[in-house]
Design a protein around this ligand. Structure first.
Ligand SMILES: Cc1cc2nc3c(=O)[nH]c(=O)nc-3n(C[C@H](O)[C@H](O)[C@H](O)COP(=O)(O)OP(=O)(O)OC[C@H]3O[C@@H](n4cnc5c(N)ncnc54)[C@H](O)[C@@H]3O)c2cc1C
Length: 297
């Protein structure tokens, strides 16, 4: 890490070698990480290349709203994309950098009278994270509106453009999960519509979130993927697990699909709670539920 530090200092790239994951994840959990904050694509790619050449492992994160980072922090470095946040609109196409917040992209769509992205309003992630996860809600998914993704291939050491089909989107899945790409930016193609209708839909989705989700506690959203044909939250609720607590981690009383940090939860608390939920659901329903959140150590 000393070499990486020297590289970052020489190239004036911002970093914090003791940044607690609890300060940059929506769960507010996790130990110290070597966090790097590139301010443009060049800094992002040069840092990634340097790490590769120096044999230093690294992860790229957006808003940290779908991850659980270990109490010991992450191995290697964590590159946070939040400063790569440009958003541009040209006719009915919005281009957004990987670190742009979905809220900003949705507001840009609204201001330009473009429909299609309302579902994403209220998902507290970045463009990169949403493409990676194929984030979705209320019947809409990232895959419905993405026409192009620019990404950096670490093995090919080049920037490539992927079409929607090449992204291989599925339910909370994309090609990026199993490849070595860094998502750099994405292009959304939307349709013109009445601004008041767009606003009404965005407001409706936000209201639904506020009434159904425990937004007053730190969390990473729904912890588990939907089980085909079943609502996982419902299975957890029917198993009587609402309110079940391990340390500072609790199955939300408001939405059983969420685990909330009631205060001082550790990553171990959350992992133990996840294991308990999985085994109770398995015993009761005979099905194995899968986590949606990404556990990092
Ligand atoms: C209250 C709450 C509500 C939520 N509601 C929803 C919802 O309705 N629907 C939904 O789908 N999700 C929801 N989520 C989960 C989460 O917000 C989404 O999955 C979001 O898209 C994650 O984006 P992020 O930037 O936070 O990703 P991160 O958590 O930072 O990263 C997630 C994954 O993406 C990878 N990644 C991020 N950026 C890049 C990049 N540039 N290049 C390569 N890989 C990258 C990371 O390595 C990691 O594996 C919710 C979360 C919370 C806390």
């Amino acid at each position: 890490m000393e070499r990486l530090k020297e590289y970052l200092i020489n190239n004036e790239i911002e970093y914090n070698e003791n940044k607690k994951a609890s300060e940059f994840t929506s769960f507010k959990i996790g130990g110290e990480c070597f966090a790097i904050y590139p301010k443009n694509e060049k800094e992002l790619l040069c840092t990634a290349e340097f790490c590769r050449d120096a044999n230093i492992s690294y992860s790229v994160l957006g808003c940290g709203s779908n991850v659980l980072i270990s109490d010991r922090g992450c191995k290697g470095a964590v590159i946070l994309t939040q400063k790569l946040n440009g958003v541009n609109c040209n006719d009915n196409v919005i281009s957004a950098d990987c670190g742009a917040q979905l809220a900003t992209v949705c507001k840009t769509a609204y201001k330009n009278g473009l429909t299609g992205l309302e579902f994403a309003y209220g998902i507290p992630g970045s463009v990169g994270g949403a493409v990676f996860m194929n984030a979705g809600a209320y019947g809409g998914e990232t895959k419905d509106v993405i026409t192009k993704v620019r990404a950096y291939s670490k093995t090919g050491r080049k920037i490539v453009e992927l079409s929607n089909a090449e992204c291989d989107f599925g339910y909370r899945h994309s090609v990026f999960e199993s490849s070595d790409y860094i998502i750099l930016s994405a292009e959304y193609t939307l349709k013109p519509a009445d601004k008041s209708e767009i606003k009404a839909l965005m407001d409706d989705y936000i209201d639904r979130r506020k009434s159904k989700q425990p937004l007053n506690y730190p969390s990473a959203g729904s912890v588990f993927k939907r089980y085909p044909g079943r609502y996982t939250g419902q299975m957890i609720e029917q198993a009587g697990l609402k309110g079940y607590t391990v340390g500072g981690a609790q199955v939300s009383e408001k939405h059983a699909g969420f685990i909330i940090n009631k205060g001082g939860a550790t990553a171990k608390d959350v992992i133990d709670l996840i294991e308990h939920i999985k085994s109770v659901v398995k015993e009761r329903e005979g099905v194995e539920i899968e986590t949606e959140i990404r556990v990092m150590d």
